[in-house]
Design a protein around this ligand. Structure first.
Ligand SMILES: NC(=O)C1=CN([C@@H]2O[C@H](COP(=O)(O)OP(=O)(O)OC[C@H]3O[C@@H](n4cnc5c(N)ncnc54)[C@H](O)[C@@H]3O)[C@@H](O)[C@H]2O)C=CC1
Ligand SMILES: CCCCCC(=O)/C=C/C=C\C/C=C\C/C=C\CCCC(=O)O
Length: 276
């Protein structure tokens, strides 16, 4: 399906100034993306990444400062992107913070969860074919934390579980048939970016934080995959994923479509609840 081609598509990537978001931008450009607009709170990194990508791929990338935890910023930035590119084909809701610290958890929740909902809503309005849009793809970044125990970071896990459930609910058939919008959920496992550093201060409990940091540092039952593995997985998923699907990229292994397994578990629980 032409819509699932990267070539000549315009992308909006939140949190694209650094980490995985910047690497997704690079990979989409190398696959022929027409334009990429990076939205990020970090202006310095955003401008530097934009300049670097433009030097390598031609003038295809622009940067707009946006704090994805703030509704006003999101509204302004989204309008600015539409004014600039006219048609957004793909939104990657990637901006995220992993920090359950009592002083930061609310900000982290706002970025990871409210930000994703807000951009998804705006994306639906802009893209939906049944209201004059051109269709498109919305990729919401969750995490394997949404699918595994990960008890040490309950706020982060909660936000990522919410992203996964929200994305699946909103895309229930005939959503794709009506709107032409493919909603995908991408769940990376631990991946080697700044997000997995300084873990000692990222949990709600300092003792647990120190243990968690040691566990990850010593690779004690924990594998942190390479950034390239996650980026390859993203590109492969983009090209082949059907609407309303959930994909996992972990342990440097090929990307896996886990929708059937996850839907099956939810259905089994639903049946058990209904049988009470
Ligand atoms: N690295 C990992 O192990 C995993 C990452 N993820 C998810 O992937 C996404 C990207 O993570 P990484 O690249 O690893 O993180 P990172 O920390 O390396 O990069 C995050 C980017 O988001 C930006 N950002 C932070 N707060 C923002 C805000 N309020 N508004 C706009 N931009 C903001 C940062 O400036 C940075 O450019 C996140 O949603 C994360 O939860 C999911 C699973 C595993
Ligand atoms: C297994 C969940 C991986 C979540 C990936 C993610 O979004 C961020 C990870 C950051 C760092 C650590 C990576 C892997 C840790 C794996 C297991 C630790 C389990 C600890 C616990 O549940 O208490």
């Amino acid at each position: 399906m032409a819509q699932w081609e990267i070539k000549n598509k315009t992308f909006l990537i939140t949190g694209g100034a650094s980490g995985l978001g910047a690497e997704y931008a690079k990979a989409f450009l190398s696959e022929g993306a027409k334009n990429i607009v990076i939205l990020d709170i970090n202006e310095e990194l955003g401008n530097a990444t934009t300049e670097k990508l433009n030097n390598q791929y031609g003038q295809k990338v622009s940067f707009i400062k946006c704090d994805c935890s703030k509704e006003d910023d999101i509204t302004k930035a989204f309008k600015a992107v539409v004014a600039q590119v006219k048609q957004i084909d793909v939104i990657v809701n990637n901006a995220g913070i992993m920090n359950d610290n009592p002083k930061i958890w609310r900000l982290a929740s706002d970025v990871n969860w409210q930000g994703v909902v807000s951009f998804t809503m705006k994306g639906l309005e802009h893209m939906r074919k049944d209201e004059g849009g051109a269709g498109g793809t919305i990729i919401n970044i969750a995490s394997t934390a949404a699918l595994t125990a990960f008890e040490c970071l309950p706020v982060y896990k909660g936000s990522k579980t919410a992203v996964l459930n929200f994305s699946q609910c909103i895309a229930i058939p005939p959503f794709f048939e009506n709107t032409g919008i493919r909603v995908l959920t991408f769940c990376p496992g631990g991946t080697d970016t700044p997000l997995v550093q300084n873990l000692d201060v990222k949990t709600y409990d300092p003792k647990m934080g120190a243990e968690f940091a040691k566990m990850v540092e010593n690779q004690d039952g924990v594998n942190i995959q390479k950034v390239e593995s996650c980026v390859t997985a993203m590109v492969e998923m983009f090209k082949k994923a059907g609407p309303r699907t959930i994909w996992v990229s972990t342990n440097d292994k090929p990307v896996q479509d886990m929708t059937e397994l996850i839907d099956g578990h939810f259905k089994a629980i639903e049946n058990a609840v209904e049988a009470i």
